[in-house]
Design a protein around this ligand. Structure first.
Ligand SMILES: [Zn+2]
Length: 309
């Protein structure tokens, strides 16, 4: 069995992990992405970190998997027009990395890689179907059916953040109204927290989505109301997916999901109100088991898959 590298390239940070044949991350580096420096500089910095990891552990990686924020073309291995990483838009990143490293490279969307990580090594082990939902600055998802990622007919499956959960709700960035994302994403949580404080006649206070989850856990009534609404919106979206696909396992990851039961419990309570009883009874909404390691392990799995073909 081979040693491989898994890379999670993000808007600000990039994590690089050396993964052993037992699928464990034995060494990890986190570097600033610096997308403004362009693709060649990023490829070079990643290559140097890989070389360093290989030297420290006395192993040579046989393949590399890398995941990035979307949209990406997993077939050609190219990044498309990236809102959060404009300096890397329209880059054939897989080809650039493969040329520099001299090993097979696979590239996919970060939510899809995280889903693969959970499916093979985390909360989805032993299952055949699952949905992974990542809730952070935005909301995205990856669907695994019959053990395989489902991409859709034109590679745009999994936009569950934009399922309408309230047709009279606020206008979303996507142009639609009352999207699940407008209740659950970090920026929307922060906005709704301030709105709720004003409604309750409490003094104005700013808190990020992640800070809100802590405030809710410590009994802050406005934070609890916002997280309750977020969990309800998540539950409605899960109920809709369960009714359409009859998938029973929903794994929730991303920075906002670190809230745990403050978010997940209202979601679980909501599902039976919006799905057939027989369907709802089998739905499980669970927290990601791998956290930040998920995208790295999923990318490593992709890299390893390149060696099998
Ligand atoms: Zn939307």
């Amino acid at each position: 069995m081979s040693w491989v590298i898994g890379i999670d390239l993000g808007g600000t940070k990039t994590a690089i992990g050396l993964v052993n044949p037992e699928h464990q991350i034995v060494g990890q580096r986190r570097i600033s992405t610096h997308e403004e420096q362009g693709p060649q500089a990023i490829v070079e910095r990643i290559a140097q970190e890989i070389a360093d990891l290989e030297q420290v552990h006395g192993q040579k990686a046989q393949a590399v998997g890398i995941c990035c924020p979307g949209p990406v073309d997993h077939v050609t291995g190219s990044l498309l027009t990236l809102v959060n990483l404009p300096g890397l838009s329209n880059t054939p990143l897989r080809q650039l990395l493969a040329e520099r490293l001299g090993v097979p490279v696979q590239l996919d969307h970060d939510a899809k890689a995280a889903a693969l990580g959970e499916f093979h090594y985390g909360a989805g082990r032993g299952r055949t179907h699952m949905v992974y939902i990542v809730i952070g600055t935005g909301v995205g998802a990856a669907i695994i059916l019959d053990g395989k990622l489902y991409y859709g007919e034109s590679n745009s499956s999994g936009e569950v953040g934009h399922i309408t959960v309230d047709r009279h709700g606020d206008v979303c960035q996507c142009g639609s109204r009352g999207c699940m994302e407008t209740y659950t994403s970090g920026p929307w949580l922060a906005r709704r927290y301030q709105q709720t404080l004003a409604k309750l006649g409490l003094p104005d206070k700013e808190a990020s989505g992640e800070q809100l989850t802590h405030l809710a856990a410590t009994g802050d009534p406005a934070a609890q109301a916002v997280m309750q609404a977020a969990g309800t919106a998540l539950g409605i979206a899960v109920a809709s997916m369960a009714m359409i696909m009859n998938v029973e396992l929903y794994i929730i990851g991303g920075s906002v999901a670190k809230a745990g039961d403050v978010l997940l419990e209202p979601a679980r309570e909501t599902v039976p109100h919006y799905a057939f009883k027989a369907v709802a009874a089998r739905v499980q909404i669970v927290a990601s088991a791998l956290g930040d390691d998920g995208p790295i392990l999923g990318s490593a799995w992709l890299g390893r898959a390149a060696l099998r073909v």
